[in-house]
Design a protein around this ligand. Sequence first.
Ligand SMILES: C[S@@+](CC[C@H](N)C(=O)[O-])C[C@H]1O[C@@H](n2cnc3c(N)ncnc32)[C@H](O)[C@@H]1O
Length: 290
Amino acid sequence: MTDARAPTTGKAREKVDARHLRAELLPEQSPELLKTLHLLTREGHLNADARRKLKQVNHLVGLVQPALDDVFSRFPSPVVADVGSGNAYLGFVLYELFFARRDAGEVWSIESRADLVARSTERAQTLGYQRMRFEQAAIDTATLPERVHVLTALHACDTATDDAIVQAVRHKADHVALVPCCQAEVAQQLKDARAAVRPEMLSLFAHPWHRREFGSHLSNVVRALLLESQGYQVTVTELAGWEHSLKNELILGRRVHKENREARARLDQLLAATGVRPKAVRVLLGEAKA
Ligand SMILES: C[S@@+](CC[C@H](N)C(=O)[O-])C[C@H]1O[C@@H](n2cnc3c(N)ncnc32)[C@H](O)[C@@H]1O
C-alpha cells in the first residue's frame, strides 16, 4: 500500500467542497465508503465536524500502517480489534485500505451502544465487508478471538482505555494504539490520596483544575509504563493537531518482550509516590476482576 499519512493542508474548521475533497483523503480511500458512513454528504461535501473526525481517523490509520504491514507479513489471518468503536469509522477505513482486497484477516469492533452496533452491522452488509465483526459489549467483558494482533482504542472514555490495555495484554496483541479520552478515575484517586502523599507533591494537584489535568497526564504515564512492564516498546506522540481534537495523545506499543522488570519497578515507584491505582493496574497486577 502507498503511504497512508493524511494530508495536513487546509483549515480544520472549514467544510470542504466535493471538488476539493481529494486532498483530504488517503491515497486509496474512496468517497463512496465515506458517503455510506455519512462522513460525506450525498453530494460528496465534507462538513466541518465530519472533517475533524476524518482527520483523526486518517492520521491514526497512517500511524498504525507499519503495525498492519508487520502483522500481514507475519500472520496468515491477522485480527484487528477496535474497542469503544462508536460508528466504527476506523474499522471501516482500515477494512477498505488493508483487508478488502485480501482474502484473510478480520476487523472486530466492540461497542456498548446497541444502536451503533446495529447501524454498523447493516453498513458492513451493504458494503459486502464480510470479515468485519461487530459485538455489542463492554470492552472489559467482550469476547474477542483468543489472539488479537492489533488493538486500537480511539477516544474510549475514562477507564475504557484501561479496559483496552487489559484486553490487549490478555490477547497478546502485537501492537496497540490508544488515544485516551477524558479521565476521571485518577483525579478522584489523587484527591483521596492527599493525606498519604509527600507534601512537596501536593502542589501538583491541590486545585481541582490541576487535579483533573495532572490526573489525566498521570493516567497516561501509568498506562505507558504499564504497557512497558508487560513487554511493549512504547512511543507516545501526537495524533493530529490540536485544532482537530483536544484529546490528542497517542500511545503506540509494540510487543517485544515477555515482560520488562525495570519498567515494572519504575511503575511501582510512581504508583507509590502518587497513591493512585488506575483500573488497568488493578486488573493486570492482580487486585481486581476485569
Ligand atoms: C468518544 S466515542 C469514540 C468512538 C470512536 N472510537 C471514534 O473515535 O469515532 C467513545 C465510544 O466508546 C463507547 N464506549 C465507552 N466506554 C465503553 C466501554 N466500556 N465498552 C464499550 N464501549 C464503550 C461509547 O459508547 C462511544 O461510542
